[in-house]
Design a binder for this molecule. Sequence first.
Ligand code: UTP
Length: 296
Amino acid sequence: MSTPSIKAVIPAAGLGTRFLPATKAMPKEMLPVVDKPAIQYVVEEAVAAGIDDVLVIIGRNKNALANHFDRVTELEHTLEQKGDLTKLERVMEASSLADVHFVRQGDPKGLGHAVLRAQKHVGDETFAVLLGDDLIDARDPLLTRMIEVSHGQSATVVALMEVDPSQIHLYGCADVEPTADPDVVRINALVEKPSADEAPSNLAIIGRYVLKPEIFDVLERTEPGKGGEIQLTDALQQLAGDEQLAGPVLGVVFGGRRYDTGDRLDYLKSSIQLALDRDDLGPALGAWIKELAETL
Ligand code: UTP
């Protein structure tokens, strides 16, 4: 089934405190995962889902992000003169992927507040939100499925993944019931970062959303929640509690490969996992890891 083309929004204005001091002068979305900044994987994922218009919500360190998606003619010229066409292609990749726009968040008042900044660009259309913390393997096309479900059922769609109950306090968590589609659930309620006792399930919201424009009105009315921030989860909870507002809120339960780059340990694991999968790095890295493991 063909899906309609929509815009993507990538919030990248968080303070990234877990990665300080690496994120003192650049957003965490620019941290390299193997040899590309995390955000480039995310833009590539959006493009693979048929999206060609991407809005990045930027914070105080906007330059690194804007430069990454811009042409660097001097560098391109030097590589061209050297005849290094492989590197030239790599450098030009980011600037030719999609139409990438930027808007400032101002104060980092939370993910919900960042998404609200997209209202003017997105207009009265359904749109996708992708967080740079979660990298989804290109071989497991989650976003395409979410857009299809949203379009087919005129629904708001959130990506969910089963996590160990001991980890649920790190995520938004969904209270769900099954639907006729095995990978789709109806969301009755959402709670931001519940304790294991309070959690209605072990289904965690991961960083992919397909939202309807009605979310903007709800976000405008959403008071600061956990951490004093305007939480996207709280706005989605309001939609889930009142279907009259914007139709159902559904979850696509993802069983594919996800790389969590949100904290330091998971970031290291993600980088190693993705490098192991690469033909140019995997064999040598794998051999070294085996050697290293023997010394531990
Ligand atoms: P996080 O809470 O994971 O990001 O927000 P953070 O605050 O940057 O990270 P830590 O916890 O201090 O290390 C999830 C996503 O929402 C964006 C972040 O950039 C990240 O992609 N975000 C968060 C904003 O764009 N603006 C905000 O005000 C908050």
